[in-house]
Design a protein around this ligand. Structure first.
Ligand code: PLP
Length: 409
């Protein structure tokens, strides 16, 4: 044709393609362990009680409307979101931070990428953990970063390859960008311990790299918002080894508020003391990018989440809701491990299922096993062997264990 060059049809996105195959499958006992979205014990999406209550309250607010937000988003949401991820008691950090609302976590990563691409004087190399959330790669590659990876998961020991990670930090060009999963690492469910984090941050500081935290699961790893911001606090507090580099945080409320489709998120840029004067300039440049890309962010979800973060009773409800989700997932991990180990005596060690945190388990099942699970048993997970544990419940965990046992033997 004389209008478009080399426009080729691409294969479906692996995760959304899997979702489509699952929807088409007519088997009544099929199980979806694909997409990272929480399901209740009946396998249904869960509107958190805190969200239900906040929505009811919002609808009754005098003057409630659907007007445009400002370019940087809904201010009560943006400032409360910063306090939740950065520790609201730490005024020093909050004063050094520029925050704007974004289109959930993905929009935050993309905005961070655009901002860095335009203004960061450091290296164009951006390092992702191996493995990582599949979308990281294309978000940053499409902006023009030289996307590389650092060792993370040691498949033999099913634990963190700390030496490989530290080595990559040492060998990367100075002032590279390192994307760090704040907690509940996707896809492995494996987080560094506190001691390991301190070694990672020391090394980041020594080689002057820029930490870019992706926080998509705060509250999902431990059930506690405070515990799950440990790494971010360690990087941003006064005692952090990172003194000279800015620190970027991409925050999503998709999972921890169950607001997946409402696209509620924020970008925070924490500046070192000597760069604080740049705050107004940075904010204005972020606003310019936002204005070009989306004009202004969506209002509804931000207003709901702001109410939850600001209202004491709603906040308490939310912390309880988070524990309900985290605990149900933990109990499913234990059930699956126990069934494989004790009931089916499935070859191999399955303790990693319990040791991992957050929504996912990196099962260790290979591509062939995953294919057979889908074909022969109607159990769907991504080809890397990552299972969304939130898809398990009391009615299907036994069947899933039996299916895993069959494909492993
Ligand atoms: N980062 C990680 C590690 C994720 O797993 C996800 C979603 O699955 C996101 C970011 C972005 O999520 P959202 O754009 O829905 O907030």
């Amino acid at each position: 044709n004389s209008y478009f060059t080399e426009i080729q049809e691409l294969p479906p996105d692996p995760l959304f393609g899997l979702k489509a195959r699952y929807s088409k499958d007519t088997r009544t006992d099929k199980v979806d362990l694909g997409i990272g979205a929480y399901r209740d014990n009946n396998g249904k999406p869960w509107v958190l009680p805190a969200v239900q209550q906040a929505e009811a309250k919002l609808a009754k607010t005098p003057g409630y409307n659907h007007e445009y937000l400002g370019i940087a988003g809904y201010e009560p949401f943006v400032s409360s979101a910063a306090k939740i991820i950065l520790n609201g008691d730490n005024k020093d950090v909050l004063e050094r931070t520029v925050s704007v609302q974004t289109l959930s976590g993905t929009g935050s990563l993309h905005l961070a990428g655009l901002f860095l691409k335009k203004f960061y004087k450091g290296s164009n190399a951006l390092y992702l953990s191996l493995p990582t959330w599949a979308n990281h790669n294309q978000v940053f590659a499409s902006i023009g970063f030289d996307v590389k990876s650092y060792p993370y998961w040691d498949n033999d020991t099913k634990s963190l390859d700390l030496n490989g990670f530290l080595n990559a930090i040492a060998l990367a060009p100075p002032k590279s960008v390192f994307l760090l999963h704040a907690c509940a690492h996707n896809p492995t469910g494996l987080d560094p311990t506190k001691e390991e984090w301190s070694k990672i941050l020391e090394a980041m500081s020594k080689y002057d790299h820029l930490p870019l935290f992706d926080s998509a699961y705060q509250g999902f790893a431990s059930g506690s918002l405070e515990n799950d911001r440990f790494a971010i606090e360690a990087a941003t507090s006064a005692s952090s080894p990172i003194k000279s580099s800015p620190i970027i945080i991409c925050q999503s409320f998709a999972k921890n508020c169950g607001m997946y489709g409402e696209r509620v998120g924020a970008l925070h840029i924490v500046l070192p003391k000597d760069l604080v004067d740049l705050k107004p300039a940075i904010k204005s440049q972020l606003n310019k990018i936002i204005r070009c890309e989306i004009s202004n962010p969506p209002a509804y979800g931000a207003k709901v989440v702001a109410l939850i973060l600001e209202d004491k009773a709603l906040y308490k409800q939310w912390t309880e809701d988070l524990q309900v989700m985290a605990n149900r997932i933990k109990s499913m991990r234990v059930k699956l491990r126990d069934l494989l180990t004790n009931k089916y005596k499935t070859p191999g060690n399955w303790d990693h299922i319990v040791d991992q945190t957050g929504m996912f388990s990196f099962t260790g099942l290979n591509k062939d096993m995953v294919e057979r699970l889908e074909r022969n048993h109607g159990v769907y997970l991504v080809s890397s062997g990552r299972a969304s544990v939130a898809g398990l419940n009391d009615s299907n965990v036994e069947r899933v264990a039996q299916a895993i046992d069959e494909v492993v033997r």
